[in-house]
Design a binder for this molecule. Sequence first.
Ligand SMILES: [Fe+2]
Ligand SMILES: [Fe+2]
Length: 255
Amino acid sequence: MTPTGRPLTLSEMADELEEEKMHEMERIISKSTFGHLMDGHVTYDTAPALKEKHPGKYFLMGADPRLPPMPEKPTLVDYFRHRFASTAHLLQSANHALKTGQPEKVIMACLVHDIAVVSFIRCDHGYWGAQMIEPYVSEEVSWAVRMHQALRFFPDDDVGYGYPDLYKSLFGPDYQPEPYILEDYKRARAHKWYMTSRLICVNDIYAFDPNTKVNLDDFVDIIGRNFRQPKEGLGLDSSPSAHMWRSILWPTRFL
Ligand SMILES: [Fe+2]
Ligand SMILES: [Fe+2]
């Protein structure tokens, strides 16, 4: 009940539960401004307000105890196992590429093409995903991941790829990609690596079967040959995208 006697809404109850859990934590866990934007609020958690709510406690500056622990030097495989919310689609698309005899660079690209969605963010997932992997894979693989964002909206009859029915049901029959997507599509269409990115889209449509189970272990060797694992741990190195991996490793670190 609220102080006025009104029963709590479901979201208020969830907030209360979260609040209770935070009180049990040793450190103060804060939410980034982006988390609030996603909830439809232009606001942010101020340090004084949070300190007042949690007297005597310090802010969390490392691993979030609510999340699965990660090894001291995490690898891409550790992120697959402990940070990616779902890996079925990635594994199925890579498996389709493998079973149909496509080159290893295509299998690798399929394996990571939607990692931004499952670990981080949906909006512009191809661009985010490409930046995450750029320092660790070949230029062709990260280019293909970036461009699948645009290519997936445009058919290519030569490889039997039509506009996916799924998109009609997801975005409505009238959805038109924005001008920046159209421009990137045109650029990608004329590029020497066009087919590598197009094959991500082709394998993508075979990768939404809830009954097909694919094991990550089958791809560990391919990852080993195509992903330069930093010796310090992925995210703990000094590459231009290490901070992105660190943010997934420690999403609630105060700063
Ligand atoms: Fe995608
Ligand atoms: Fe996909």
